[in-house]
Design a protein around this ligand. Structure first.
Ligand code: CIR
Length: 246
């Protein structure tokens, strides 16, 4: 498994965010945390492919939003935030060994809204991803379930796949019936950050500071690596958004 990542630009403090600006982003600290994230990917067994930062794109390290990869195909997205649209070019080039598909206006689509669990696709309808974006996912990958969301940036802020038939889901967010047929592992409200995990085989990168979820996942037979992304969270980022697995 390869993991595409992109370094943190020196303009990262200008990234889009809904967090209070009272605690400004410390770019050096974000870079240190990103470095540890990359180390964790490698420790979990991924071969890391790193794109250089581009200062024109403060949000460019969030590569997940630029491409959805499955079944040997990379669907290049059309990010919902206009300032992020041109981030996709470098990601497209990095994935050129796959079959490449594109997304055109009026569709908007962020990879953070797309969750693949085994062969199933769930896509959040959010401020970033519209119905035409979901139609595009369906055209390229087949059956896709739309999940309307409010008050959430991306679908994968509150849930993420950990196996071909199992997901983590933050308590009190999406009704679990939406995921009929899957094993749903609840993440307690006070550890909601842990709902966004990166699965590399049976190893999970999970947010640091979530001991209950970590214990639960170990009991389920997973290995876990806790990763601190406190500085990256100030730009509304989490763990999945920092890589594209292919
Ligand atoms: C944005 O608002 O687009 C970035 N600041 C955060 C993107 C996070 N991406 C993700 O969760 N997939």
């Amino acid at each position: 498994m390869r993991a595409l990542v992109r370094s943190i630009p020196s303009t990262f403090a200008d990234a889009i965010t809904t967090q209070p600006k009272s605690a400004p982003i410390d770019v050096a600290r974000a870079r240190t945390q990103h470095g540890r994230y990359v180390e964790a990917l490698a420790a979990a067994g991924a071969e890391v492919v790193r794109l250089p930062a581009d200062d024109r794109f403060p949000d460019g390290c969030f590569v997940e939003d630029c491409a959805i990869v499955a079944k040997g195909t990379a669907l290049i997205t059309r990010p919902g935030a206009e300032s992020r649209r041109d981030e996709v070019a470098a990601v497209r080039d990095a994935l050129a060994s796959l079959r490449v598909e594109h997304t055109a206006a009026p569709a908007t689509l962020d990879g953070g809204d797309c969750m693949r669990v085994g062969g199933r696709f769930y896509v959040g309808v959010t401020a970033r991803t519209n119905e035409a974006g979901i139609t595009r996912v369906r055209e390229v990958f087949g059956e896709t379930m739309a999940i309307p969301l409010t008050d959430v940036l991306h679908l994968k802020c509150v849930c993420s796949p950990i196996a071909d038939d199992a997901i983590l889901l933050a308590e009190g967010t999406i009704p679990r019936e939406r995921f009929a047929g899957l094993r749903v592992i609840d993440v307690p409200r006070e550890e909601a950050d842990a709902a966004n995990a990166v699965a590399i085989g049976r190893t999970l990168l999970i947010a640091a500071g979530c001991p209950r979820t970590e214990r639960r996942l170990r009991d389920e037979g997973f290995d876990t690596i806790a990763v601190d992304t406190s500085e990256i969270r100030k730009a509304d980022g989490a763990l999945t958004c920092l890589s594209v697995l292919f």
